[in-house]
Design a binder for this molecule. Structure first.
Ligand SMILES: *Cc1c(COP(=O)(O)O)cnc(C)c1O
Length: 357
């Protein structure tokens, strides 16, 4: 029991998932999305493991700089772009590619006295209503980028799908808008997130931008990672630190939220909301103790959970408790918590050491 909790990342699974995505992407290049600490898998190590990706995407400048600092030489795209002249200079110095989604960013490029040259990804808002130029504003933005004193190395066009996981109608609508905007232009394009790559509606584009699928989780409610041929890369594994008998009628944990309906055996495991487990995980949520399913009982506390192991036979201090991983889909745990796999993976906290195999 050298570590009470750890996230074990299977590098082979990451690479396998990248291959699956490639095989579904129709020859498109893969921009591997490693924002948010690579969805909890460790930013730098994940990028190094995914050396077969064509490029990487992060949300923020600091993430891009971190990758460069650790020797990542592939193209890196800042999905939210830059917001000041200082950031623009930093991005240029480290050869980071920029998404341009707002007039402010066009002005920053126009005002750039040093005339840095970038690969620019002009973002078109086709219905997400989050970032990007609307169809009507887009031609002017493109024209201004094409007229920059420091001509861009390349301009590519992108959009983001709001419902690639559940609404072919909305996806088709977004594709139509994007197609109208891009029609007759020679620029490379990028549309698909994980659901866009793996969904039923072909979305096209020279670049795809998978995140979640790389990590082996399914973006769809009605198709599992297994259905998609993906392998969950992260196993979140804690240890049992105590086993106790709880007589029928007594309660376990804060708020007395779970009451033993029979004489019970309860294992206490070293995983809590301080490690990133949602406090809202209800009693009954499955975990794997020694590889066998058993239900959580009572509230998740900061450093511990309680598991009803009455039906498991012998369980000893030190036994492994898998919160998600092989044999227990992160999507299932997320559903129990009323959230999505993305949030659970990104939420694994700093104090949880990440090990690789
Ligand atoms: C996060 C993000 C992605 C990746 O989305 P997944 O659903 O994880 O595949 C792709 N594109 C943009 C713009 C993003 O912000």
């Amino acid at each position: 029991m050298s570590r009470l909790i750890r996230a074990v990342v299977d590098t082979g699974a990451l690479r396998h998932n990248l291959k699956i995505i490639r095989s579904r992407a129709g020859g498109a290049r893969v921009l591997a999305v490693v924002k948010a600490n690579a969805y909890g898998h460790g930013l730098v190590q994940t990028a190094l493991a995914l050396e077969q990706a064509d490029a990487f995407a992060v949300a923020r400048l600091e993430e891009g700089l971190m990758l460069r600092e650790h020797g990542v030489t592939r193209p890196i795209v800042l999905l939210e772009g830059v917001f000041s002249a200082g950031q623009l200079r930093e991005a240029a110095r480290h050869e980071l590619d920029l998404v341009v989604h707002d007039p402010l960013q066009v002005r920053l490029l126009e005002a750039d006295a040093a005339a840095h040259r970038f690969v620019l990804w002009l973002k078109i808002d086709t219905g997400m209503n989050r970032l990007g130029f609307r169809e009507s504003e887009f031609p002017e933005a493109l024209e201004r980028l094409e007229r920059l004193r420091s001509p861009p190395l390349e301009i590519r066009l992108m959009t983001h799908l709001a419902r690639a996981d559940d609404s072919p109608e909305m996806t088709r609508e977004q594709l139509e808008r994007f197609g109208r905007a891009a029609r007759g232009r020679a620029h490379a394009t990028s549309i698909a997130n994980s659901a866009g790559v793996l969904g039923q509606t072909p979305v096209g584009g020279e670049w795809v931008r998978p995140g979640l699928a790389l990590y082996g989780a399914s973006p769809f409610a009605d198709r599992t990672a297994e259905d998609l041929g993906l392998r969950l890369a992260m196993t979140l594994e804690a240890s049992v630190i105590a086993v106790r008998r709880v007589p029928r009628g007594e309660t376990v944990g804060y708020g007395g939220a779970w009451r033993a309906g029979r004489d019970s055996r309860i294992a206490i495991a070293a995983a809590g909301y301080g490690d990133g487990l949602p406090r809202g995980l209800p009693s009954g949520t499955p975990v794997l103790v020694d590889g066998r399913r058993a239900p959580l009982c009572g509230r998740v506390s900061m450093d511990m959970i309680a598991v009803d192991v009455t039906d498991l036979g012998e369980v000893e201090v030190g036994a492994p408790v898998v919160l998600w991983g092989a044999g227990l889909a992160v999507e299932e745990v997320a559903r129990r918590a009323g959230t999505i796999a993305y949030e659970l993976l990104c939420g694994v906290s700093q104090r949880v050491p990440v090990e690789r195999r």
